[in-house]
Design a binder for this molecule. Structure first.
Ligand SMILES: NC(=O)c1ccc[n+]([C@@H]2O[C@H](COP(=O)([O-])OP(=O)(O)OC[C@H]3O[C@@H](n4cnc5c(N)ncnc54)[C@H](OP(=O)(O)O)[C@@H]3O)[C@@H](O)[C@H]2O)c1
Length: 305
């Protein structure tokens, strides 16, 4: 492929509200050329193409595919779904980005990595892989920018509490009295797009991304109530029941272990975090729970008039 100076966005198909997809749109809005990497040709790929991206199909676990899609790009956003091959995909990307020579690699990680060290890991196989991935990228000598968001409003709250908020006005999670400060994928994507548009000042930095408030789940439920104009309450359910629910829903083991660990860490107060990097990088405050739920009111069962 010719060196057209495109920005490569991996995991660009994404789910609704996913980071790669939103980053692609934000960069195209800025008039920047984007090569959007997807796993397969489908409606999502067609939509990316229609929006103006150069769509390339490939597997992040196949070195030849990764070499083909990175070649000709100077800046890369690297992110993919929570999955067992995450570390392998990261190291593959790092080896190829070194070979090709990129000016910036923006790496999606997790805020829990800020609390991890050799002596303090977590039982989540995903969090361990993010920690190791950050180590490997550090050794690589590549110009890296690290993005560490806390729990996502879109990727976690929407799918996991949407149905119970819709059906019985309840957020059912085993979070105890733990506080949390969930962040919207749109805010994470705004940070990533700002960095990719002008990486120079950001190289070597780590950005921790949270929503604007850290509060317990009763506080979160109040924001849901305000947004939907009806009562939403929080029920602290037993962790074993929640794990059984996830297994019954057929979630892969890797993802289940990760979600169960997130709940454990919430109960232990480890998600009680606040950072202002969304505002520092983008100049705009991060979205609140209330604003997010208002935007997605239909998916939470609608707003009472
Ligand atoms: N959810 C949270 O609460 C949270 C919090 C902090 C950080 N994070 C991090 O955010 C990242 C996930 O971001 P996201 O929600 O934007 O991602 P996502 O939408 O779950 O996944 C992005 C894309 O990755 C693609 N993909 C998966 N395996 C692939 C492979 N082998 N080759 C090529 N593409 C592949 C998927 O393609 P298909 O759609 O075709 O399968 C998907 O479209 C992870 O690193 C996660 O640890 C998540």
């Amino acid at each position: 492929m010719a060196d057209n100076g495109s920005i490569l966005v991996t995991g660009a198909a994404g789910q609704l509200g996913a980071v790669g997809r939103t980053v692609t749109g934000l960069l195209l809005d800025r008039g920047l050329p984007v090569r959007a990497m997807v796993r397969r040709e489908d409606d999502r790929a067609a939509a990316l193409r229609a929006a103006g991206a150069e769509v390339v199909v490939g597997d992040l676990l196949e070195p030849a595919d990764v070499y083909r899609v990175v070649s000709g790009c100077r800046r890369v956003y690297f992110g993919m779904s929570v999955s067992p091959g995450y570390l392998e995909a990261t190291v593959t990307m790092a080896a190829i980005a070194r070979e090709v020579g990129v000016d910036a690699l923006v790496n999606m990680s997790q805020m829990t990595v800020s609390q991890m060290s050799i002596q303090h890991t977590t039982p989540s196989p995903q969090q361990r892989q993010h920690w190791l991935s950050e180590q490997a990228l550090g050794w690589s000598g590549l110009p890296v920018v690290t993005i560490r968001p806390t729990v996502f409003l879109d990727g976690f709250f929407l799918p996991l509490v949407g149905p119970t908020v819709r059906d019985r006005g309840r957020i059912e999670l085993p979070f105890g009295r733990g506080k949390t400060s969930p962040v919207a994928a749109a805010d994470v994507a705004r940070v990533v797009a700002a960095v990719l548009a002008d990486p120079g000042p950001h190289l070597g930095r780590i950005y921790e991304l949270t929503g604007p408030r850290s509060q317990d789940m009763h506080g979160v439920a109040r924001e849901f109530s305000d947004a939907l104009n009806r009562e939403v309450t929080y029920a602290d359910i037993p962790p074993e029941d929640w794990e059984r629910e996830l297994q019954r829903a057929g979630l892969p083991e890797h993802l289940t272990r990760h979600l169960v660990t997130m709940a454990e860490l919430h109960r232990a107060g480890r998600y009680d975090r606040l950072a202002d990097d969304v505002e520092r990088v983008t100049g705009r405050l991060a979205m609140s729970v209330r604003e997010f739920v208002s935007l997605h009111a239909d998916e939470f069962g609608g707003r009472r008039s």
